[in-house]
Design a protein around this ligand. Sequence first.
Ligand code: ADP
Length: 273
Amino acid sequence: LRPVRIAVHLHPYGEGRKLMLSRDVTAVEQADTMRRDFVANVSHEIRTPLTVLAGFVETLQSIDLPQDERQRYLQMMAQQAQRMQSLVNDLLTLSRLEGSPPPGAAEWSAVGSLLAQCEYDARSLAKAMGKRLEITFAPPPAVEVSGSPTELLSALSNLVSNAVRYTPSGGEVVVAARRLDDGRLELAVRDTGPGIAPEHIPRLTERFYRVDRSRSRETGGTGLGLAIVKHVVQRHGAELRIDSAVGAGSTFAIVFPAARLRPSANFAQPAAT
Ligand code: ADP
């Protein structure tokens, strides 16, 4: 049983009579609340870096700082601007995903080339964050997935960048694609990071849901990555599996139905970097 909201209207109906109309408005009210929460979240997410940025501008305007101090301030300002850029980019991606019909099956992406593009980004991100991680991309099967290559890459990149961002130095990230016995394809991203408590797992794909707000921000997170992944996965008829436990790392896997796959005859394995 769940609570419902009923709107009741009384309309004049002939001599001294009234017609009572009732309507279940639960879904409408829920959508309204979600929209309001979303706008409040977005405003808050933009206001924080904007306040910091404005503070730095004011300092630079009012104090004559030595050159190296000035550079440090400018660098911090660039970081805040970048944070807002990532947020706006993710918001636009989400709104495109929510407002467009699912991609047709006309385009195909070789799993190997999706992984190769992610591998480069994963290594660059780890380097930029100054992290020592053992990053492994297992040799992919010669398979192509139908759908939008841009969307598929964005989903996989989000999972891989989360693994890199949340796993501390000395840890391991393994990305592997394999055919399951029933013909489906699993793209799995496993890490030896902090892991996630079971009560958080069902909520991770909600927009702006974070287990640890400050850690997400510190590592440049927008809180929208897994919401984007969820949409892409749904639009491709796939399934998102999250297997994690505190202290035991996490595995995020996308499982594609066999109907979305075809063998890729002429895929050449990219050279190791
Ligand atoms: P964010 O930008 O905050 O990373 P996401 O939507 O990508 O947003 O992820 C939501 C939350 O899920 C994160 O804030 C983090 O708490 C948790 N999370 C995601 N991936 C991992 C991971 N590999 N290890 C631990 N926690 C993770």
